[in-house]
Design a protein around this ligand. Structure first.
Ligand SMILES: C[S@@+](CC[C@H](N)C(=O)[O-])C[C@H]1O[C@@H](n2cnc3c(N)ncnc32)[C@H](O)[C@@H]1O
Length: 262
């Protein structure tokens, strides 16, 4: 996940939210930009803009890495237009990716049956020792009711379906109860081995050929378990990246018989 900020309220200083420790490689590639970024952010807060100003003019304020994360998801989503299947979002947190996909579906295919299925257990991310080398023991906790309210208040209930599911222990049961669901895009954003491997086992067979599996932290030291799960379960597939994207760091287009995937 990204280098999000914590703000306790209007007028307070924004500081780096401690979501991971710095390692030696990917986590520090852009570290030289951090101090200037937060300095500018806090000066901007002092300019007296309102919450409505931030929302309605968000590109004027949002950091380029945060912006580019959304643009990456948009670019990958665009690759799937015309393919049959829903969007799967494994790991909702506050809904940034889930609601973005919901809005993209509303904009680009409003008359289709495409849905966005978001999966989360709403307990935050834990992981095994392997996953916690650079992560605190619990991160990304968000209240389910608040996320459901965000969906409802933006009139997206008909597109965005929130499923409270432990992806490690309950996803097979979910698909037994819902056997028809197929996906054209699945975004894996838990970063941990157990969730990523369970999700690949459950979702990959349900991705339409030509569809895309998006990996938030493949080959990133912050999530060794994600890289291991992909390497073990999907060896020998072409793992691509958008050259100007940091997170998500990779995607795999599901091959189809007799055809190139590009
Ligand atoms: C990094 S956040 C997702 C961020 C979101 N995709 C975004 O772009 O803002 C990871 C999420 O995975 C969820 N999660 C962790 N372990 C899980 C599990 N076993 N089953 C379901 N969700 C899980 C956490 O509750 C958390 O909300």
């Amino acid at each position: 996940m990204d280098d999000r900020t914590a703000t306790e309220g209007q007028g307070e200083r924004i500081t780096r939210k401690h979501e991971f420790d710095d390692g030696a490689f990917e986590t520090v590639k852009f570290a030289r930009r951090r101090a200037g970024y937060y300095e500018g952010l806090n000066e901007m807060i002092g300019l007296g803009y309102s919450t409505a100003d931030y929302l309605h003019n968000f590109p004027a304020f949002v950091g380029q890495m945060t912006l580019w994360r959304s643009l990456t998801l948009y670019e990958l989503y665009k690759k799937t237009i015309g393919l049959a299947g829903h969007i799967g979002d494994v790991g909702i947190y506050m809904g940034a990716s889930t609601l973005l996909f919901g809005k993209l579906v509303e904009i680009y295919e409003p008359e289709s049956l495409t849905l966005v299925h978001g999966f989360d257990w709403f307990k935050g991310s834990f992981g095994q020792a392997e996953d916690r080398l650079l992560l605190p023991s619990q991160t990304y906790f968000e209240d389910e009711a608040r996320v459901r309210a965000l969906v409802r208040l933006q009139n997206l209930d008909h597109v965005v379906k929130i499923h409270k599911v432990d992806v490690v222990t309950e996803i097979d049961d979910f698909f037994q109860r819902n056997p028809t669901i197929r996906f054209k895009l699945v975004f894996l954003d838990s970063g941990t081995y157990d969730v990523t491997s369970s999700a690949i086992r459950a979702f990959w067979p349900r991705i339409t050929p030509g569809g895309i599996l998006v990996l938030d932290q493949f080959n990133n030291e912050v999530a060794p378990g994600e890289t291991r799960a992909v390497t073990e379960l999907l060896p020998d597939l072409k793992i691509e990246t958008l050259p100007n994207s940091w997170m998500p760091s990779a995607f795999i287009q599901k091959p189809f018989a007799g055809g190139a995937t590009a």
